[in-house]
Every structure is written in structure tokens, then in C-alpha cells.
Design a protein around this ligand. Sequence first.
Ligand code: MV4
Length: 618
Amino acid sequence: MFAKVLIANRGEIAVRIARALQELGIASVAVYSELDRDTPHVRRADEAYNLGEGPASENYLNVEKILDVARRSGAEAIHPGYGFLAENAPFAAACEQAGIVFIGPPASAIEAMGSKTEARKLMRAAGVPIVPGTTEPVQTVADALRIAKDEVGFPVAVKAAGGGGGKGFRVALSEEELQGAFEGSSREGEKFFSDPTVYLERYLHDPRHVEVQVLADRHGNVIHLGERDCSIQRRHQKVIEESPAPEWIVTPEIRERIGKIGVNAAKAVDYVGAGTIEGLFSAHAGEDSSEPEYFFLEMNTRVQVEHCVTEMTTGIDIVKEGIRAAAGEPLSYAQEDVQLRGHAIECRINAEDASKSFAPAPGKIGAYREPTGPGVRVDSGVQAHGEVSPMYDPMVAKLIVWDSSREEATKRMLRALGEYEIEGLKTLIPFHQALLATEQWARGETCRDLLEDKQWLKSLAFPKPEGAEAGIEEETAAAEKVSRTYEVEVSGKRFDVRVRGEAVGPVIAAGMASNGAAAGSAPGGRAAPKRGARKSSAGAGGADVLPSPLQGNMWKVLVKQGDTVSEGQLLCIIEAMKMENEITAHKAGTIAELPIAEGAPIAAGDPIAKIVGEEQSA
Ligand code: MV4
């Protein structure tokens, strides 16, 4: 198994991967952009490296910088998460070249699934059913017209060969609409994937999005973990996912059939790790058949956002299995070990305003409290007083619940959504609350009409902040005003009162908090270099050991073994990136150990001193 792994991502998935690594006993290395300096994923990892400012192309997508950090930190493998460098075949190849393990499938599998027409050809050869249509690019509108009329039939879907996830997806209901659809799809393919080629599929009426989670190791074992139903989408973005699909949609027989399809698809590309076969499920695909049909759509060669619902119903940690597989270990489970239990639902908590056609709504977070209690899981990458940047994905957290049935899970989700407190940020929480309360959801419909119903969406508008005239929000920001909720009691009755005003109270100036162990924990304080707040628990007896908040060189040691020190007393100075960092005692006591000599290098998390005795009884 690896000793150290670099996480080439941010936000909730970086936190998710760091957790898996910790449980596997693997040290984690985070990377971060300047904007993400104070975010949970940075603190959650054992070490963190700044990749600089600018757009993602200059940090999270910069292959050279990331490989360099991997070398400097001694990471043996890189986990790409989803987005950014996941599903990037040249990056996977570059890792291999650099002698670093890419946690994911071989570059060849990514490439094979990257071209949708190539993938369709491969899948057809492997006996995987594909949506009827072409497996070769369609060169001209005239060709498209002929093929649509003679072979596929209308309505027809025009899709970009380089696409996926709905980018470059157009529908032509009739001949007249084909030219527009063809040109639109081609333009979008060119814009997003630098590939204008398109292909045709028969357009299925109101299909469900049903996907299969697979796991594969380097020893030829491939298993599936059942399906996820992700039919609730807006503009091809999933917003709610569940596992399993409603039981009246996917029966055990159908599950077995589509599970085998998933396994065959993965085997056809020598897949390794966690992957997903996305497909369309149609209860009435043929003209007069009532036989349900399942067609391969595309394969996602990475861990997906919605993997969690499958973890809840199978009890299998998909991220850990992916890491084990990359390290060459066999899968921990055989197909017969996989048992589905109960029902899980995931709601994506996006910083978006559903009432304004899901417009991104980045901004500052005030108070923040996640729901908890039975069957509730939150995977998040934000914290109180954090900020959601317009630079990144608006998905800031995922709320996942499990319960014995779909109906019970729905009630539990509504309960948990009600508990979620995210002050100051517009999120999809009200949208989820409204949608999960509908009859359509209860009946397991795709809710497509609802998601396009402008009136319904408008009804989800956020209340205007009280007393806010136009422009006050900008003014507030300029004057560094903050909004805080206070709890007050009036004649014994409790009220929540929101107060807006200038920031008051303890604000720790940058650089003042010299002891990393204490920095960052002051509520509301803006401790600048918070990196030391990581590693707050250094294992059993960790209260005695003071871990280094940073990587650098031991510049000066100002105490010696046996000395008695008081809390906050200067112990040593660590030089890091040409800066002197004063390290102070995290508690009073006697210096029992002082393992780092002057001049020696020190890594983040290494013990600086062990201080024993004089336990505070308070
Ligand atoms: C389709 C389709 C109908 N027929 N392909 C592709 C990307 C995915 N995000 C939606 N895609 C669709 N592909 C054919 N041949 C309908 C959709 C579709 C959809 C599918 C399942 C659930 C929700 C959907 C919402 C819009 C479009």
C-alpha cells in the first residue's frame, strides 16, 4: 500500500479522499489555490502545498506544478477526484511517465471512453446494448438527414462525439429541425471539446438516467454495486440521486441484467478502480413493446459525485476500494458479498438560486451548521464564515440520507434539509424541500416538467433580506459589515435575531497567532496562516505532543529537555519559505522530548516537542 498520496482536487471530494486515506493509514498531501488557502480540504490533509493564484489552469489543472508537488512531498500516487484532472488521459499517462501511480483506470481506458463514437463501437462489440444510432461520426447535415430518415427515424438526438454529460446534446423532432440541431451540437462540441464531430441516436421519450457503479482491480476482478437513479436533472446537471432506483422501476431481475452490462463494459476496457456506466432506462422504448430497455450512454472513468448513495446501501467504501485497486490489491468483495439494504438519497447543496433558473449564487457564508442524527451524512467542503468563490463549482456540499425505504428516506431527507443552516448563502435547499414534497417525486417520476416549470421555480424565490434597499448588499460588503444571528430570550421564550453591522470582537491579526496549534480555532477570528490547525489530534496521547504546523527547517531551538515551560512560551523558530515562524508551547509542563535538532528539516505534522505534566484540571 502507498505511504503517501497527493489529492489533486479541492472542496468536498478532496476532504472525502483525505478521510479515506487516513483510514487506510496513508499520509495525505493537499494542494490549494491562493483562493482556497483557508478551506477545509487544506486543513484536513497532513500536508498542504500552495499552487498559487489565478484560474484553475494555473493551479488545480497545472500538470507540471502538481507532479512537482508529488515529487517534493514524496507522494507515490495521485488521486484526481472528479472534474479537474480526472478523465484526462494525458495526465494519467504523465503520472505513469513520472513513476507516480494515477489512482484510476489506465490512460487507455480513459481514452477509449473519451470518444463517444469509439466507446459505442467498443461497447457494441462487447455485447453491451447502445442506443440505436450511428457509431461513426456524421460528417454533414445532408448525411444526417439521410441517416435520420432511412435508419434512425425521428425524433433523433444529435450528440457531440467529444461530449458527455449533455454538452452538445440537441434534439430534432422532425426533418425541419435537424439542421439547427446538427449545427448547434457541432458548435458546442467544438467549443467545449475542440471536436466538432457529431453522431446520431434515436431520441427516447422521457427516459430515466440509470447508472451502474463498478469496481475493478488489477487482477481481472470486476463487480457492480447496483444502480443509481439520477433522473432528476436540470440542464443536464444531476441535482438529486438515489440508490437503488424506485423498486417499481428496477426489479431485482433488471438490476442483475444492467449490473452485468456494467461489468462487461468495464472489462472491455481493462478498467481499474471505481467507475460508472451511465445509461438510459426506458420503460417503453419500442413502438408497441412494454418491455423495459436499457442502453449504454457513456462511462465515467472516475469516482462520481453521487458515489455516496451506493456506499450507504452497500456499506462498501468506494473511495478506499479505488485506492486499494490502484495499489495492486485485490477487491475486498466478491459479487456475492454485495447486498443492497434500504434506500439512500443525495441532494446536491449548490450555491444556486433555483428561482432564477438555477443561477450561480456564490458568496460569503455566515453561521453554518450541518444536519446530523440517524442515517444522515454530509460531505462538504465549506465551513462557517467561509466563502463560495465564483471561480469554482457551485456544489459546496452533499446531503445524503439512508433509511429502510424510499418513502422513509424521503421523510428523513426533508427532516435533514430543515436542520441545515447556511447563513448568508442562497442554496438549493428550498428547491429540494419543495421537490421532495411533490406527488411526482413520491411516484418516482423524472419530474422533467417540474424542473422546467418557470412558475413553480419562481415560487421558490428567496425572501429579500429585511430592510434591504437596492444596493445594500454591495455597500455592506464594502464597509466590511457582517451579519450574525443571535439567540435571545424574551420572557423565557427563545428567538433568533439577525443583526447586521460592522465586525466587532476578536480578530486575530495575520502573523500574530504564532502557535499553529492555537491558530484557527478562535471562533470568528480570522487567523491567517491556519495551516497549523490541521493535525489537531496527533493520535493517542496527542495532547502532549506538539506537531509542527508547517514544513521547513528548524532554525533555532530556545528550550532544552527537562525545562519547565508555560503555555504560550516560545519554544523554537521554524524557517519556512524564507519566513521565520515562532512556535510556542501549546500547554504548560516539562519538556520530555525535543526530537528536532537545529538545522534539521521538519515536515508538517512532525513532533516538535512533547510536554508532560501540569495537566489543567479545568
Ligand atoms: C438522451 C435522451 C433521450 N434520447 N439520449 C444525455 C446526457 C444526460 N445528462 C441527458 N441525456 C439524455 N440523452 C437519447 N438518445 C434524453 C436525455 C435527457 C435525460 C435523460 C435521463 C434523465 C434526465 C434527462 C434530462 C434531459 C435529457
